[in-house]
Design a protein around this ligand. Structure first.
Ligand SMILES: *Cc1c(COP(=O)(O)O)cnc(C)c1O
Length: 370
């Protein structure tokens, strides 16, 4: 095998075996292979052409428009772009929040993705960590106590629509209740829907998290539930926030509204082709299939005596952490005493069954030696 073949085969093998990460495995973008011989660059604002015309901004705008639609809004009121992933979308939302007020405080739960702390540091934003409930959802009593101490300051609520570890959803009604009770005048709501952004719109009853709930911005990962060879994401925000920070750059003739200058032009193509082929209907059936596999996984784990659970109809099945050997073999993410399997598209029942058999053997051995 050549060196390149070796690298390919290592990643290919590891891709088929992981169970613990929210990265869909069933994509195929072979038809875009010719594009690998092109330099594509969506530099600057997706709505503003550049003097450098080697972009896919037209399809990027279609992608943004599709997401605005499934998140109960339209491009009339919402602006957005295709990012390098959920982290950039969260950084962007927090950036818009910071530019909206003088010295706001960001409230986020302890179950929030690790990258957010760094984002807050980069933006030099003041923040307070709110306790989480055991299921990973924000502890609203703790939030309320913290707000009472700072009710004169602008507040930014960083809400999780699906936490990384347990797929918990923060309750926007509880947050609004607190905003009203303490008459918080200046506030901003950002939703981190990295994994659930493409699923939650189709869950019944639908969790409250989108623009119809008055949120200001939202970040979604593109390479998670939709899947693809290159990490990417979508960030959407109310137009008025984007207009607040708009800057034009004469050198490239476009508006500098995005975090990076040069931007990936391939990833919008992937997302666009997924949307063209699957549409809303495809996303719905994709979500249902994954939910069914998650229900099956939970059931099988319970049947072998493992303490397993899910938040509502989550694709994430949480359970007692198995041995380090199994964690490694199935590439399971773990935290404290729990591990999880995320039932993403492309994962097969036989893979769940294989894991269950291995886990069963482990339990038997530990019982024999107990
Ligand atoms: C994965 C994830 C992120 C980070 O997204 P990337 O696309 O990896 O940058 C942020 N928040 C949550 C809840 C996530 O699950």
């Amino acid at each position: 095998m050549t060196e390149i073949e070796q690298i390919y085969s290592r990643i290919n093998e590891n891709s088929s075996s992981f169970l613990g990460y929210p990265l869909a495995k069933d994509f195929n973008y072979k038809e875009f292979a010719p594009f690998l011989n092109l330099c594509i660059n969506n530099v600057g604002d997706p709505e503003s052409p550049s003097t450098l015309a080697i972009d896919t901004k037209d399809v990027e705008r279609e992608v943004v428009s599709f997401f605005a639609d499934i998140l109960s809004s339209s491009i009339k009121d919402i602006w957005g772009y295709v990012t390098n992933g959920g982290t950039e979308g969260n950084l962007y939302g927090l950036y818009l929040a910071r530019e909206s007020f003088n010295n706001p405080i960001v409230y986020y739960s302890e179950s929030t993705h690790y990258s957010v702390k760094k984002n807050l540091h980069l933006l030099n934003l003041n923040s307070i960590v709110v306790r989480s409930q055991p299921n990973g959802e924000m502890d609203y009593e703790d939030l309320e106590n913290l707000i009472t101490l700072n009710r004169d300051k602008p507040a930014v609520f960083f809400l999780n629509i699906g936490t990384t570890m347990t797929e918990a959803i923060d309750n926007i009604d509880q947050v609004k209740r607190i905003i009203n009770k303490y008459a918080i005048k200046d506030y901003y709501i950002h939703c981190d829907a990295a994994f659930l952004g493409c699923i939650a719109p189709f869950v019944e009853p639908k969790p409250k998290f989108d623009f119809s709930e008055g949120i200001d911005s939202i970040s979604i990962s593109g390479h998670k539930f939709i899947g693809g060879p290159i990490p990417c994401g979508i960030v959407l925000a109310k137009r008025k926030h984007r207009n607040r920070i708009v800057n034009s750059v004469s050198y490239v003739g476009t508006l500098d509204t995005t975090i990076t200058g040069s931007r990936n032009g391939l990833t919008p193509l992937f997302l666009w082709s997924f949307i063209k082929k699957n549409g809303k209907k495809g996303l719905i059936s994709r979500a249902r299939k994954s939910q069914e596999l998650a229900a099956y996984t939970e059931e099988r784990l319970k049947n072998i005596g493992i303490n397993a659970w899910r938040n509502n109809d989550a694709l994430t099945v949480v359970f007692d952490k198995p041995s380090a050997k199994l964690l490694k073999k199935y590439q399971l993410a773990s935290e404290n005493n729990i591990a999880h399997i995320i039932c993403i598209p492309g994962l097969e029942k036989v893979q769940i069954d294989a894991f269950i058999e291995d886990y069963k053997k482990e339990i038997l051995v530990s019982e024999v030696f107990a």
